[in-house]
Design a protein. Sequence first.
Length: 190
Amino acid sequence: MTAQFCKMTYLIMAATHWISAHTGEKISFTGDQKIMWVWMFQRFEHFKSKGREWFDNQADIVAATGTSESTVKRFMALLKTHGYITVETRRRQGFIQSNSYTILSDLVLWSPASECKSASVSTPVPVPTLDEPEERIPDYAPIVFTAPAPKVSLTPGPVVREVAPVVPRVNLPCDIPTGNDPVWEVRRSS
């Protein structure tokens, strides 16, 4: 029993974008696109090793990768627009068209962890090690609020304390409202 595996490198898995060969812009690299690219590149290498042109149609790519046909069409159009693939359409048996594809170069990948690197589907890449993030040292000095220090006298002397002024309270009869008195209401329950 022989089994075939889709080998995806760590470089491809970590990539979030690929770089256009024509414009240099970053194009988002989704999970579906990663699977399609690895499968298409391996199929291209397989046909190339036998001296033939790669001729898988889009329905074959859909069946092999588990994506939708519209997703395959969009991705292949992006690859063609940005200079990674050429499509040659040939007529067979009158109105039936057959496409043959040529991958011009490997995708140039971009990820936040590393700068632009070329994707390699056939050669394994060692697992990148993640360094511990360094502690961020703030660019500013913290503001420290301090109270003024109390004045201390070392020479003995009289202790003077400030006393709040005493306001005499005038007792008024209850029947004269002052405006500050609380209003009480008495209710009886029956």
